[in-house]
Design a binder for this molecule. Structure first.
Ligand SMILES: [Zn+2]
Length: 482
């Protein structure tokens, strides 16, 4: 066209184009063609939307579904981690982000496990920090399956299978080292319950001197670890730090006895991977229980064995036999107190004289939160404190003479008044007098009473001593043992 018609200047060209467009728009043909094109586009879009299959696979679908259905969760505790999690959720309200934030908050808070439990109209999310399970938030039930599905994908589990227990794991890299997340999924009446255990591979091993044992107790404990045979039984509620103590003890044995000592463990699950140990994991799916695995490992005749837990007759019998035939056995047992482990063994079918001759000692422990030493200060004991002490079994004159500490919070502790965790211990060492009592099947309270006469510092007293020393507050002491 440029060959036949050259506009004189820019405004002439503009006028020509304007006239041409006006002419085209006035034409009936152009109007109809434009209308048809628009209708076809809208029709095609509608058809495409109708036939789009909601696979649930791509992340985008999940984002849409959750953001439509996910009202803000209700937070049960107002701690900093929960508030952070809430803020993240409002910003990125979808299942993958929820799981990411939940796990990183749990790791930051030092949680040992995270529980996601479906209930009738809500899902309850809780975590365990320093041995205490606390509810973090409740979310609407619609949210539950999406979150469980995301966790299953991460742990390599079958997402469509919802009626069988499943176990899996996945690692998370953090600036402080890798954290291994062990996932256990269990069908319940309202849906699948998920428990995620957070195993820190880097900082799990703590030196025996760093556990918080008073020196005399630690020296006694070290002496026990030097014994050629017998059982050392740890007891206490879940999350009280028993496993940490067991690993510290094994590490101590390895350092002190040298490479000629063979050490084997049977665990469920293996919590810390240690090169100096031969570790075996119990596998119920293939019928490898603690008892069966223990017998298999014993055939290799290790000097020292750590048995994760004695929870059935077979394991109890085998462990006691092994403890009497040249093996040092470190293990845990569910019992209310150190004095209670003997009758617990007897309840599991162990002969009283075997229980009394195989057990070297029982140890009980609790984790406690230390007071911040920067802002710690003595506190006047008031009438209320006094009454609580007397209620807890301390006589009135002793209660009057004791003083305690508090920490109001400062910059160093982030205004919490707390700085880290330590443990308090009770160590019951077998003595000839106690051995006779166990053989005679004497009731647990009597064993406890005589153990104190024989020199044991009971857990309660150990906690009060830490409070008097200012390591912990009196409230904390009474909370864990009161
Ligand atoms: Zn402070």
């Amino acid at each position: 066209m440029y060959l036949f018609w050259r506009p004189a200047d820019l405004s002439a060209a503009w006028t020509a184009i304007h006239n041409l467009v006006s002419l085209a728009l006035a034409s009936r043909v152009v109007q109809v063609a434009a209308g048809l094109a628009l209708t076809a586009t809208i029709g095609a879009r509608l058809l495409e939307r109708g036939s789009r299959i909601p696979t649930g696979g791509p992340k985008v679908d999940l984002v849409e579904v959750v953001s439509e259905r996910m009202p803000a969760p209700v937070f049960a505790v107002s701690d900093v981690a929960a508030l952070d999690l809430g803020r993240h959720l409002r910003r990125r309200p979808n299942a993958p982000a929820f799981v990411d934030e939940l796990l990183s908050s749990a790791i930051a808070a030092g949680a040992s496990d995270v529980h996601i439990q479906p209930q009738d109209i809500h899902t309850r999310v809780a975590w365990r920090v320093r041995g205490e399970l606390s509810e973090l938030l409740t979310a609407p039930s619609a949210h539950h399956d999406l979150v469980v599905r995301r966790i299953k994908i991460l742990a390599g589990l079958t997402t469509y299978q919802t009626d069988l227990p499943q176990d899996g794991r996945f690692p998370i890299d953090t600036p402080k080292g890798a954290v291994d997340v062990r996932v256990s999924v269990l069908p319940t009446y309202h849906g699948e319950k998920v428990v995620m255990r957070l195993a820190r591979t880097g900082d799990g091993l703590i030196d025996l001197t760093q556990l918080g044992m008073p020196e005399s107790l630690r020296l006694d404990f070290e002496e026990l670890l030097a014994q050629p045979q017998g059982l050392v039984i740890l007891t206490g509620p879940t999350g009280c730090g028993k496993t940490t103590t067991l690993y510290s003890a094994l590490s101590y044995i390895n350092l002190n006895r040298g490479d000629t000592t063979s050490i084997a463990t049977i665990e469920d699950p293996i919590e810390i991977d240690l090169p100096f140990l031969s570790q075996t994991q119990v596998d119920h799916a293939v019928g490898l229980s603690f008892g069966q695995t223990l017998r298999a490992v014993l055939r290799q005749d290790p000097n020292v064995m750590m048995v994760g837990e004695i929870r059935d007759q077979e394991t109890a019998h085998t462990a006691v036999e092994a403890g009497l035939s040249g093996h040092l056995i470190l293990t845990t047992l569910h019992s209310d107190s150190t004095a209670g482990v003997f009758n617990r063994l007897i309840d599991m079918g162990v002969e009283p004289f075997l229980a009394s001759s195989s057990v070297l000692a029982a140890v009980s422990q609790r984790l406690v939160r230390r007071l911040c030493t920067e802002c710690r200060q003595p506190v006047e004991s008031d009438r209320k404190t006094m009454n609580r002490m007397i209620q807890a079994g301390i006589n009135a004159t002793a209660a009057e003479s004791l003083s305690f500490f508090t920490a109001p919070g400062c910059g160093a502790c982030g205004d919490t008044g707390l700085a880290g965790v330590t443990a308090i211990f009770e160590l019951l060492r077998m003595t000839p007098r106690l051995r006779d009592l166990v053989t005679d099947k004497v009731a647990t309270p009597k064993i406890a009473e005589i153990a104190v006469e024989e020199g044991m510092t009971p857990l309660f007293r150990a906690a009060i001593l830490e409070a008097v020393a200012g390591t912990i507050s009196l409230d904390e002491a009474l909370r864990v043992v009161g």
